[in-house]
Design a binder for this molecule. Structure first.
Ligand SMILES: Nc1ncnc2c1ncn2[C@@H]1O[C@H](COP(=O)(O)OP(=O)(O)OP(=O)(O)O)[C@@H](O)[C@H]1O
Ligand SMILES: [Mg+2]
Length: 328
């Protein structure tokens, strides 16, 4: 299951992603956690110290390796240089699975021990001053999109992505790559306006979107969210002393998280799991082709000097049991 946490800056995306990841790990589910936010804090929220978090390999810096591996022997993709973030897999491509070991994880993932087990953590890499504005941000997050488009995950396997709700994810198609998107919203006008914008984009693509209220202080806050987002409101989370203690550098075992917040996390898990029955690999593939054509036309063809539409393998549909092995 591919799950995204999005929302306005400071709403609690990283906090809720990390709690959700801990909840999954506590159930011994295999998890790949991905930090795709502009502010890279997921490692710290999962308990890494500053030095460990800073030592996480940056996916953005390993794009050539990622592309070369995923391209495999796909004859439609002439070189890693002509592969863009939306280039879809086809016969000859290599796919990723949550549980396996592969060169992409070897280069980009680190195992993070949690008190309920361990997860793999990948990070796009920090977005620093030296980055050339949005273009760099795009190419870093593009590494995640490329991986998602080559990933075949089953019902008890999870990829959890902590990301922003920025316009870049709409342009590229990234926002359509998830079985479930949790939009974290504080009970404020700004929190809700990000939801409206997301909902607008999501509508045409059948994106499953639920709102998780955060920093909710009472019945009035819940009523506000309910009025503004209606049935899209899945659950609300209040202030957590457990989270605050962790922020103070005095973490408690996950088992001591407040029962109400634990129940909220369980509701997230159930909502995510329920999406499996509605998963539609054909649509997933169709949408990746749609966004690839759009990106090819708007900048990809010009940038690579190639006709990127030719990268599309018309007969290929991604699925859990698809084979990309070319007939001899
Ligand atoms: N339910 C909560 N209880 C206590 N503190 C919380 C809660 N949710 C978030 N916080 C605190 O609020 C701050 C912002 O949360 P967080 O970093 O998760 O937001 P974010 O949406 O990821 O922000 P950014 O956009 O900067 O990445 C953090 O200090 C976090 O510890
Ligand atoms: Mg964050």
């Amino acid at each position: 299951m591919k799950i995204a946490f999005v929302g306005k800056g400071g709403s609690g995306k990283t906090t809720l992603s990390s709690l959700f990841i801990r909840q999954l790990a506590a159930h011994e589910a295999p998890v790949v956690a991905v930090d795709a936010d502009i502010n890279q804090h997921l490692g710290a929220a999962l308990g890494l110290d500053e030095e460990e978090a800073a030592a996480l390999p940056a996916m953005g810096a390993r794009l050539p390796l990622i592309k070369d591996y995923l391209r495999g022997t796909n004859p439609r993709i002439a070189s890693a240089e002509t592969m863009i973030k939306t280039t879809p897999p086809g016969l000859g491509s290599r796919l990723l699975r949550v549980r396996e070991d592969n060169p992409v994880y070897a280069a980009c993932a680190r195992t993070v021990p949690l008190d309920g087990g361990a997860v793999r953590l990948m990070a796009t890499g920090p977005f620093n001053e030296s980055d050339l504005g949005v273009a760099c941000y795009h190419s870093k997050v593009g590494a995640v999109e490329l991986c998602l488009n080559h990933l075949v995950d089953g019902p008890d396997e999870y990829v959890v992505v902590d990301m922003t709700a920025g316009s870049d994810s709409f342009a590229s198609g990234m926002f359509t790559r998830f079985d479930m998107t949790f939009l974290v919203a504080e009970p404020t006008r700004k929190g809700v306006s990000v939801y409206r914008q997301y909902k607008e984009y999501a509508r045409d693509f059948g994106v499953a979107l639920r709102v998780v209220g955060n920093k909710v202080q009472g019945a009035e806050d819940v009523a506000f969210l309910r009025e503004e987002v209606g049935d899209d409101l899945l659950v609300t989370v209040g202030h957590s002393d457990w989270v605050r203690a962790m922020e103070k550098g005095r973490p408690s075992p996950f088992g001591q998280l407040e029962p109400a917040n634990r129940a909220a996390l369980e509701a997230l898990r159930e909502a995510a799991d329920a999406c499996y029955a509605r998963r539609d690999w054909e649509r997933y593939t169709r949408q990746m082709v749609h966004f690839h054509l759009r990106n090819a036309e708007s900048w990809g063809n010009a940038k690579t000097g190639a006709d990127l539409a030719a990268q599309i393998d018309p007969a290929f549909v991604l699925s859990e049991n698809v084979s990309t092995v070319q007939p001899a």
